[in-house]
Design a protein around this ligand. Structure first.
Ligand SMILES: O=C(O)CCC(=O)C(=O)O
Ligand SMILES: [Fe+2]
Length: 259
């Protein structure tokens, strides 16, 4: 980030730092994070190396159960709502929710509970599965394929929010636990642009808006406001980009998580 690009503090009820006190009782990891605390929280080394390796081998051993998305541009272990929405397969997502959770649990026992526990620590309140939805799951972005060359969509994580939650700007968080970063690049760009009801499309002036890039190391946890514009950047090398994603929303029943 250039010195003349200052990120203003959030002007609403949602301020990430105060929610994340339990996991972030530490100095900011970088100058970048210190400058823009309301943009994201980057917590290094949340998942120990031996556990991370065990999770990765479980994920690759379950390759036959990965769900292909967008004509093999990416894969998931466990179903992701946004891919089903964009492919007109919402019914399949909900019909397959139980089987999706079972597939994740078989491949990596304890992954979903562990991610909800991390989320619980972050928000300092119980985080429960969103009933009827698929639980936290895994993204696999293959090395050398379309997304690695082009990067992901510029988007908000608003797809899974219901109309009333969107209208009320219900507090919502996205969690990414990086299991295997690519060999080079593939960070996440986060913009100083928040959802303003414009649908999933990025504002036309996005190129001129301030942004930061978070580079992941293995085992890092990134937490950001789901209404924050973001994009996975292109990457290089022979290693797939593999991460766990969970989305959270605060509703009348408390915090709920889904994928
Ligand atoms: O993997 C990441 O860094 C972000 C993933 C993401 O944007 C999403 O799952 O919606
Ligand atoms: Fe996203």
């Amino acid at each position: 980030m250039h010195a003349n690009q200052t990120i203003p503090p959030p002007n609403d009820h949602f301020a990430l730092p105060s929610w994340c006190a339990a996991l972030t009782r530490r100095a900011p990891r970088s100058h970048l994070e210190a400058q823009s605390p309301a943009l994201f929280r980057h917590v290094p080394g949340v998942l120990p190396a031996d556990e991370r390796r065990r999770w990765l081998s479980g994920i690759y051993a379950a390759r036959a159960n990965w769900t292909p998305c967008f004509e093999d541009v990416q894969f998931t272990l466990g179903r992701a709502y946004y891919t089903h929405l964009e492919e007109g397969r919402e019914a399949e997502y909900f019909a397959g929710a139980l089987a999706s959770d079972q597939a994740v649990e078989r491949a990596v026992p304890g992954l979903q509970a562990r991610v909800r526990a991390l989320a619980t620590e972050l928000v300092r309140a119980p985080v429960t599965p969103r009933q009827g939805w698929c639980g936290p799951g895994v993204h696999i972005f293959p090395a050398g394929q379309w997304l690695s060359r082009h990067g992901g969509d510029v988007h908000f994580d608003t797809e899974g929010l219901r109309a009333h939650e969107l209208a009320a700007r219900a507090p919502a968080l996205s969690l990414v636990l990086m299991l295997q970063p690519p060999e080079r690049d593939g960070g996440l760009r986060l913009w100083d642009v928040r959802y303003e009801g414009q649908g999933d499309d990025a504002p036309p002036d996005v190129a001129s808006r301030p942004s930061v890039v978070v580079d992941y190391a293995p085992g890092d946890l990134l937490v950001f406001d789901s209404y924050r514009l973001h994009q996975i950047l292109p990457f290089e090398g022979g290693r797939d980009r593999v991460s766990v994603t969970a989305h959270l929303v605060l509703g009348p029943l408390g915090w709920e998580a889904w994928f």
